[in-house]
Design a protein around this ligand. Structure first.
Ligand SMILES: [Zn+2]
Ligand SMILES: [Zn+2]
Length: 365
């Protein structure tokens, strides 16, 4: 990074600047601490976080199931105001309200230029916040490759209206995009957590004829209908495979979405799929995943299995913001609880233990 005299002066001035942030110290150890504020280098921006949230992936990090370095600030869903702009970032000014995707592609590497934005620089490389660089559960956040990643928020939209676009909406909606869902297709969505609910909303947006949600939690079953499901089946109350087959006159669904990341949901998604249909997988699996051969027609059924990591970048965010702005997508019902940054450990507990009907928690630094 070129060090200009202005940069050195600014460094001196802000050398002692600190902020509050949630720091991961090891499995089951998180704490709000005072840490140095980030500074914007060439091509970067620093935003003051006005609203963020906790993701299921953060719970995996907390439990030590997804490894990140001790000392890292976690979180990857930022809404904020531009606080500092590095050199080479054009078209923005201090004070602009922005949404930044959970995935921040550089927009310049071979993976990005092949259209695999989420795999920027290599496998899962687009996911940087709270994974390989400091994350969003903090007062300030450094946004790398700011030119590709700052999406301006229209004045008429609140932070709450756009917050969930950063990750769960982009991920959930991508399930039907990756499956190339056609108007009139039938869809089954396995699991109606935050991402599954957004997949349901995506199926409705893209013109599915029948959307079946599969879930057992009553709060989530109710929300599934609100997000666009025609029918929600409780897998603890019957055989959902034969029920879904029945609903499609034994044909099977055109698209089955897996939104949990377990062997049973993956298998069930395959079992309800028509020959030639697409299993669109969003879940994060651990251990080993196997494909049962009978519903896979021994490999001869022309089934397609596609996976998607949350699409990011400012153009993706702009498109999702437009859906909200024009009244086609409203995710604010999913924001069931609000906490301050200082209370975030409690927010993790409520979210992690699924207390009091929680779906997503808003964190306001
Ligand atoms: Zn996430
Ligand atoms: Zn890249």
């Amino acid at each position: 990074m070129p060090q200009t005299s202005y940069g050195i002066l600014a460094d001196c001035k802000q050398a002692s600047a600190t902020m509050r942030a949630l720091v991961f110290r090891g499995p089951n150890q998180i704490k709000v601490e005072t840490v140095p504020m980030p500074r914007a280098g060439h091509g970067d921006a620093v935003i003051k976080i006005t609203l963020t949230t906790i993701c299921g992936t953060d719970l995996h990090i907390l439990k030590g199931e997804y490894p990140v370095k001790a000392g890292l600030i976690i979180g990857h869903e930022p809404v904020g105001v531009i606080h500092e702009l590095g050199q080479g970032v054009d078209g923005y000014k201090i004070g602009d309200r922005v949404l930044v995707g959970a995935i921040t592609p550089c927009g310049q590497c071979n993976f990005c230029l092949s259209g695999n934005w989420s795999q920027c620089g290599g496998a899962i490389g687009g996911w940087k916040f709270g994974n390989t660089i400091p994350g969003a559960q903090a007062e300030y956040l450094l946004v790398p490759n700011a030119q590709a990643n700052l999406a301006k928020i229209p004045d008429e939209l609140s932070d709450e209206q756009v917050l969930l676009l950063a990750d769960i909406a982009s991920t959930g909606i991508s399930a039907v995009e990756s499956a190339d869902l056609q108007i009139g297709d039938s869809v089954a969505v396995f699991a109606q957590g935050p991402i599954g609910l957004c997949a349901t909303a995506g199926a409705k947006l893209k013109g599915a004829s029948l959307i079946v949600g599969v879930e057992s939690d009553p709060v989530r079953m109710e929300m599934s209908k609100r997000m666009g499901a025609d029918i929600v089946l409780d897998f603890t109350q019957g055989d959902v495979i034969s029920q879904i087959k029945g609903l499609t006159r034994n044909r099977g669904v055109d698209v089955a979405i897996e939104a949990l990341g377990t062997q049973p949901t993956f298998e069930n998604a395959l079992r309800v799929l028509r020959p030639g249909g697409t299993l669109s997988s969003l879940g994060v699996y651990s251990g080993k995943l196997s494909v049962p051969l009978e519903p896979f027609a021994a490999g001869l059924g022309d089934h397609k299995i596609v996976t998607t990591l949350c699409p990011g970048g400012k153009e993706r965010m702009r498109r999702l913001i437009e859906l909200v702005r024009h009244g086609r997508l409203d995710l604010t019902p999913l924001l069931t609880h609000t906490f301050s940054l200082e209370q975030i450990a409690e927010a993790y507990r409520v979210f992690g233990e699924r207390r009091s009907g929680v779906l997503k928690v808003a964190i306001r630094p």
